[in-house]
Design a protein around this ligand. Structure first.
Ligand SMILES: NC(=O)c1ccc[n+]([C@@H]2O[C@H](COP(=O)([O-])OP(=O)(O)OC[C@H]3O[C@@H](n4cnc5c(N)ncnc54)[C@H](OP(=O)(O)O)[C@@H]3O)[C@@H](O)[C@H]2O)c1
Length: 274
């Protein structure tokens, strides 16, 4: 299977050994499935093992599942060891993991900050640290998923946006120290079909989505929304590109729209713009 989004000359993902962290739902899950469909050997990782196993069954042979919690340093090292052992090495690391609590900065206490930074930034640094010797040996790639909203943080997402800005800098820092590994950051826009909003308070969400719409934040990160498959194919395109892609922005395709109140209006079929 080919990605529906191409970024220059493509390298085949056939038989590539790929670790996707954050693969139990949303974009990471779709990246794992698309990688597997392209002939890669894939290890899916996240906390919910049952969800990973279900995705691995859907993907078919040469796909494996291992539980990990990136807030635990030993788990970050262990998941990379498991990938190397099960896959026989590592060609591509994809870090799709993130949490995005909907909270105003005035209400964000130390627990919120610690959870967000340890999941979105420290976990990324530690998984990458464990993977580097293997990626160097394979002259491989590390692809991180960021957000198109960095630089214009959405009200109510301060901790998340701060973590994504830190992640962007972290990826540049890794590149500076290890230019022999291909580091890519894929900043995606609004994507439907993920679980990122499942912990959001509905009343606060209603308040803030009105603010985002009124002040044009929704437009900046769209307009409209894309499917997880579109977002994942932008990530796959970065994974499969021969070019040294440092930063890619993948926004919803022209003509897509956010779902209306009944969720019936979404028209996000088509290719991500990347
Ligand atoms: N959806 C959007 O509109 C959007 C926009 C811009 C950027 N993004 C980015 O896209 C990426 C994927 O997000 P998504 O929207 O697909 O959200 P999602 O469905 O919530 O996926 C997040 C993944 O992270 C995993 N995860 C969370 N905490 C973890 C932990 N402590 N240890 C290991 N895994 C953990 C979750 O699995 P478990 O719960 O099983 O651990 C899940 O597999 C994220 O980096 C997000 O910031 C999304």
């Amino acid at each position: 299977m080919r990605s529906n989004c191409s970024l220059g000359v493509e390298v085949s993902l056939q038989d590539k050994r790929i670790l996707v962290v954050g693969a139990s739902s949303g974009i990471g899950r779709a990246v794992a499935l698309q990688s597997s469909a392209a002939g890669a050997r894939v290890l899916l990782a996240a906390r919910r093992l049952d969800r990973l196993q279900e995705a691995a069954r859907e993907a078919g042979p040469h796909t494996h599942a291992v539980a990990c919690d990136v807030r635990d340093a030993s788990s970050c090292a262990a998941v990379v060891s498991a990938a190397v052992e099960i896959l026989g090495g590592l060609d591509i690391l994809v870090y799709a993991t993130a949490i995005d609590p909907l909270v105003r900065l005035i209400d964000a206490d130390a627990t919120v900050w610690q959870a967000v930074l340890s999941t979105n930034v420290i976990g990324a640094a530690l998984v990458c640290r464990a993977a580097i010797p293997h990626l160097r040996a394979a002259r491989g790639r590390a692809v991180f998923i960021s957000a198109s909203s960095v630089g214009r943080p959405l009200p109510g997402m301060g901790p998340y946006e701060t973590s994504k800005a830190a992640l962007d800098e972290l990826v540049r820092a890794w590149h500076g120290e290890h230019p022999e590994v291909g580091f890519s950051n894929v900043a995606v826009g609004q994507t439907l079909g993920t679980e990122v909003w499942t912990t959001w308070d509905p009343a606060l969400m209603q308040e803030l989505t009105a603010v985002w719409a009124e002040r044009g934040y929704s437009f900046d990160n769209g307009p409209g929304a894309m499917s997880v498959d579109d977002a994942a194919s932008a990530v796959i395109a970065a994974m499969a590109s021969r070019a040294d892609l440092r930063y890619v922005v993948a926004l919803p395709p022209a003509g897509s729209s956010m779902p209306g109140p009944e969720g019936a209006e979404n028209d996000s079929e088509g290719s991500a713009q990347c």
